[in-house]
Design a protein around this ligand. Structure first.
Ligand SMILES: NC(=O)c1ccc[n+]([C@@H]2O[C@H](COP(=O)([O-])OP(=O)(O)OC[C@H]3O[C@@H](n4cnc5c(N)ncnc54)[C@H](O)[C@@H]3O)[C@@H](O)[C@H]2O)c1
Ligand SMILES: C[C@@H](CO)CCC[C@@H](C)[C@H]1CC[C@H]2[C@@H]3[C@H](O)C=C4C[C@@H](O)CC[C@]4(C)[C@H]3CC[C@]12C
Length: 369
C-alpha cells in the first residue's frame, strides 16, 4: 500500500510484464511499492488491460519490444533503477524450436544483463524456475528440499537447460561494475509450478474436463508430490526481493530463492482438483486408470507424431515423455531462506489462494456452474 510519507522516485522495468506471472508482478508493484515513480512494462505482446493502469499516481509506460533485440532492451532499461526480468519462452510441449527457446531465454537474458551494465542499472531480479534444479533426467525425487539440498541437476530438454544457463549468467553477473562504477546486484527466484488467476494449463484441464462430461482421469499416482505456489505470492516475492536487494546487497546478491507458500503438497492432478472440484469436475479413480508403461508408450507416440507431422502442422499435446517425467517425479520444496534473507511471508494464505483461483475458474466462459 502506498505510504504517503515515502517519496516516489524509483523507475522499475518488468520484462514479460503482460504474461501470466508478469501481470501479477505489475499489479503488485503498483499496490505495494510506494516508492515507485514509473513502471515500464516491456513485452512482445502488450495487453489491453495496461490502459486501465495509466490513470493512477504511477506513470505506467507500455513498451512493445523483444528481449532478443539488444537495442530494444537497452532503450527500455536506460534510466531504470531496478529490472525484474520475467520474460521467457515457457515451452515444454515442443511448440517452439530449441533454437528459439535459447534465443529468448538465454540470449534475451544476456541482453538484459548487458543493458544493465551499459546503462548503469544496479538491481536485477531474474525469474528462474524450479526446473533449473529438477526433476532431472534420471527421475530422482526431490522431496521437500531447500536451496542447499544436494541434487544431481542434469537436463536434456531445452526449457530447463535454457533456464539453468540464464540463471547462471544472472548470478555470475552479480558484482560486475555497471556504467558509473558501482556493482550490479542480482538474484534469482525459482518458482515451483505456479497456479492462480490466468493459468493457461489450469484453463486447458478445466475445458478438457468439461468436454469429458465433467470428469478427469487420474494418470499419476496420488503419492507423487508436486510443488505448487500461488501466483500472488510469487509476485509478492518479486516485489519484496527487488526492494530488499537495494538494502541488503551483500547478503542477497548472487543468491537463489525458491518461491514457496502454504499451498499443500499434493500430486499435480490432486492439486488441480482443489479448484476444479468445486467448479463441478471430478477426478475418476483413486489409482491411475492407465498403467504407467502404456502412458510412456503414448507419450513416445505423441513425440513421434509431433516429429512426423512437423512439416505439415504443429502437434503439441500436453502428454509427452518430458511432461510425463516431470508430473511423475516428486519435486517439492520446504525452505525459509526468503524469510531469513528478506523477511518474506506469503501475502495470501492457502485459503485465499484457493478461493481466488476457484472464483477465476468459475468466471470462465463455459463454466459448469
Ligand atoms: N508458469 C510457471 O509455472 C512457471 C514456473 C517457474 C518459472 N516460471 C518462469 O516465469 C516466467 C513467466 O512465466 P509465465 O508462466 O508467466 O509465462 P507467460 O508465457 O505467461 O509469460 C511470459 C511473457 O514473456 C513474454 N515474452 C516471450 N518472449 C518474449 C520476447 N522475446 N521478448 C519480450 N517478451 C517476451 C510473453 O509475451 C509473455 O507475456 C518465465 O520466465 C518462466 O520461465 C514460470
Ligand atoms: C501426465 C499428464 C496427463 O494428465 C499430466 C501432464 C501435466 C503436465 C503438463 C504438467 C505437470 C508438471 C508441470 C510443470 C511444472 O509444474 C513446473 C513447471 C516449471 C515452469 O518453469 C514452467 C512450467 C512447468 C514446466 C510445468 C509445465 C506443465 C507440467 C509439465
Amino acid at each position: 500500500m502506498a505510504d504517503s510519507t515515502e517519496v516516489r522516485e524509483l523507475v522499475y522495468l518488468v520484462t514479460g510484464g503482460c504474461g501470466f506471472l508478469g501481470e501479477h508482478v505489475v499489479r503488485m508493484l503498483l499496490q505495494r511499492e510506494p516508492r515507485l515513480l514509473e513502471l515500464r512494462v516491456f513485452d512482445l505482446h502488450l495487453g489491453a488491460w495496461l490502459e486501465e493502469l495509466k490513470t493512477g499516481p504511477v506513470q505506467v509506460t507500455a513498451i512493445q519490444g523483444d528481449v532478443t533485440q539488444a537495442h530494444e532492451v537497452a532503450a527500455a532499461v536506460a534510466g531504470a533503477h531496478v529490472v525484474i526480468h520475467t520474460a521467457g519462452l515457457v515451452d515444454v510441449f515442443g511448440r517452439a524450436s530449441p533454437e528459439t527457446i535459447y534465443e529468448v531465454n538465454v540470449q534475451g537474458t544476456k541482453n538484459v544483463i548487458e543493458a544493465c551494465v551499459q546503462t548503469g542499472t544496479r538491481f536485477l531480479v531474474y525469474t528462474s524456475s524450479m526446473e533449473v534444479v529438477g526433476p532431472n533426467i534420471k527421475g530422482h525425487h526431490f522431496y521437500r528440499g531447500n536451496e542447499d539440498t544436494p541434487y544431481e541437476a542434469v537436463h536434456r530438454h531445452p526449457y530447463p537447460c535454457s533456464k539453468a544457463q540464464a540463471e547462471r549468467l544472472v548470478l555470475e553477473a552479480n558484482g560486475r561494475k555497471v556504467h558509473g562504477g558501482l556493482p550490479l546486484v542480482t538474484c534469482a527466484l525459482r518458482p515451483t509450478g505456479i497456479y492462480g488467476e490466468g493459468h493457461q494449463i489450469m484453463r486447458d484441464f478445466y475445458h478438457q474436463g468439461l468436454r469429458l462430461g465433467g470428469r478427469l482421469f487420474r494418470t499419476i499416482p496420488a503419492s507423487v508430490e508436486h510443488g505448487r505456489v500461488y501466483v500472488g505470492n510469487v509476485a509478492w516475492m518479486h516485489v519484496l526481493v527487488a526492494r530488499e536487494l537495494q538494502q541488503r546487497a551483500a547478503l542477497m546478491g548472487g543468491q537463489v530463492y525458491f518461491c514457496y507458500d502454504q499451498s499443500p503438497y499434493k500430486s499435480y492432478e490432486d492439486f488441480n482438483m482443489e479448484f476444479l472440484g468445486p467448479c463441478g469436475l471430478r477426478l475418476v479413480e483413486t489409482r491411475p486408470l492407465v498403467p504407467y508403461w502404456l502412458l510412456m508408450l503414448l507419450a513416445a507416440l505423441n513425440a513421434l507424431l509431433q516429429w512426423l507431422l512437423r512439416p505439415l502442422l504443429l502437434y503439441a499435446p500436453l502428454l509427452n515423455p518430458y511432461t510425463l517425467a516431470v508430473a511423475n517425479t516428486a519435486f517439492t520444496v520446504n525452505t525459509d531462506k526468503a524469510r531469513r534473507h528478506f523477511g518474506y511471508e506469503p501475502l495470501f494464505s492457502w485459503e485465499d489462494s484457493r478461493t481466488r483461483t476457484i472464483r477465476w475458474v468459475q468466471a470462465m466462459e463455459g463454466s459448469a456452474r
